[in-house]
Design a protein around this ligand. Structure first.
Ligand SMILES: *Cc1c(COP(=O)(O)O)cnc(C)c1O
Length: 394
């Protein structure tokens, strides 16, 4: 089996599994309890916070544990919006290809009276910092731009955007769920106020993540109850999950450079191989791109059929589109970079792992070629394209 859907979730590392088991087994006290078993759990929690903060250049008390990336995105945006509302600033700038955890939260705020500007991400899938600056108004309370896109892998100029936001005194949130553990991040140098991350995207467990919130920035609670997490996120902490997240992140940070180099080489070989398929195109900038992300459109086919046939060949991939969630709309990310509906439907995302072998790379290229040819052989759209009734776009 070839697992090529690491942008959706990753396999837990062995070290993270071991941490999770041993903490769950031996460190089961409630971290808010005063006796020693509770205090051991508290120490595990604070040690994890320190490790995680260290990896992204934060202070431990700037890290808030959450149930994952979605919760962290929600809390960051709703916190900034609450501050904005209080100051009569109800305008938010974001981008058209954010994750739904961001976009749906912004839609909710829009219904509550906020004005949302969604920036163009252009053909290469990158936000232009000068357009961020141009979009900022006197009543802007937040800019939210993701660190790296989950479908097409493009890395955004976060440091430039951070500097612009700081200059204008506007809060800046970045959804860094695809970036943390994969590319180097320094929240101080990047001048971000909020950053969201999720353990299961860097070989940690599912259902746990964190929000970086810069010291002094106001947070609103999504969950009311006990005084956990400085009173900003109630509920007994997921100690085994948090400890495993710290183990996974420490491991990922230690191996980041070598793994990224290996991944880039494998990624580029896959891209070169898939580019040989006629009427295909890489989605997103080739250079400013996550080390393990490959995303293509193939004209004249349906991404969903492609995935099912690849699954038959033992390759687990994604279309990167909302088709998988039951909707037939093409991916909002591919539409945002200007792909027309027909083309956007024929998409394939491979998010690979460093262990992928040369044989597996060649097998993957061969399999995609075969399946695309097969699907085109009975595709009515392909027939129209080939007969010249419709012009080829790719
Ligand atoms: C996976 C993902 C999320 C959601 O994270 P969860 O931990 O699954 O809630 C948010 N943003 C991006 C960019 C993601 O890839």
């Amino acid at each position: 089996m070839i697992y090529a859907d690491n942008a959706a979730t990753t396999k837990m590392s062995e070290a993270a599994v071991q941490t999770m088991i041993s903490v769950a087994r031996d460190c089961y006290g409630n971290p808010s309890s005063l006796y020693s078993l509770g205090q051991r759990a508290r120490e595990t929690l604070e040690e994890s916070r320190k490790i995680i903060a260290g990896v992204i250049g934060a202070e431990p008390n700037e890290i808030l544990f959450t149930s994952g990336g979605s919760e962290a995105d929600n809390q960051a945006i709703l916190s900034a919006a609450a501050t904005g509302r209080k100051n009569g600033k109800m305008h938010i700038v974001s981008s058209a290809f954010e994750h739904h955890a961001v976009l749906h939260t912004l839609e909710k705020l829009k219904k509550e009276g906020f004005t949302i500007t969604l920036l163009d991400v252009h053909e290469n899938g990158i936000v232009h910092p000068d357009e961020v600056e141009a979009a900022i108004r006197d009543d802007t309370c937040l800019v939210s731009v993701m660190y790296a896109n989950n479908e097409i892998g493009t890395i955004q100029p976060i440091r430039e955007i951070g500097a612009i936001c700081r200059k204008h005194g506007v809060l800046f949130h970045t959804d860094a769920v695809q970036a943390v553990g994969h590319i180097p991040i320094d929240v101080k140098a990047d001048q971000v106020d909020f950053l969201a991350a999720s353990a299961h995207k860097f070989h940690g467990p599912k259902g746990v993540g964190f929000l970086y919130a810069r010291k002094g920035v106001r947070l609103t609670n999504l969950i009311e109850g006990g005084a956990q997490e400085n009173g900003k996120r109630a509920g007994t902490e997921n100690v085994p999950g948090i400890a495993a997240m710290a183990t996974a992140l420490k491991e990922a940070a230690g191996q980041m450079e070598q793994r990224a180099a290996v991944l880039r080489d494998k990624r580029d070989r896959l891209i070169q191989g898939l580019e040989q398929i006629p009427h295909s195109a890489l989605n997103g900038d080739a250079a400013n791109r996550l080390p393990g992300n490959i995303n293509f459109c193939f004209e004249g086919i349906e991404g969903e059929s492609l995935l099912l046939l690849l699954d038959d060949k033992g390759i687990q991939a994604s279309s990167g589109s909302a088709c998988t969630s039951g909707s037939l709309d093409p991916s909002h990310v591919l539409l945002a970079i200007g792909r027309v509906h027909d083309v956007a439907h024929g998409s394939l995302r491979l998010s690979i792992e460093a262990e992928l072998t040369d044989d597996e790379i060649n097998y993957t290229i061969r399999s995609v070629k075969e399946v695309v040819e097969y699907l085109r052989s009975f595709s009515p759209i392909w027939r129209e394209l080939e007969s010249g009734k419709k012009p080829h776009i790719l």
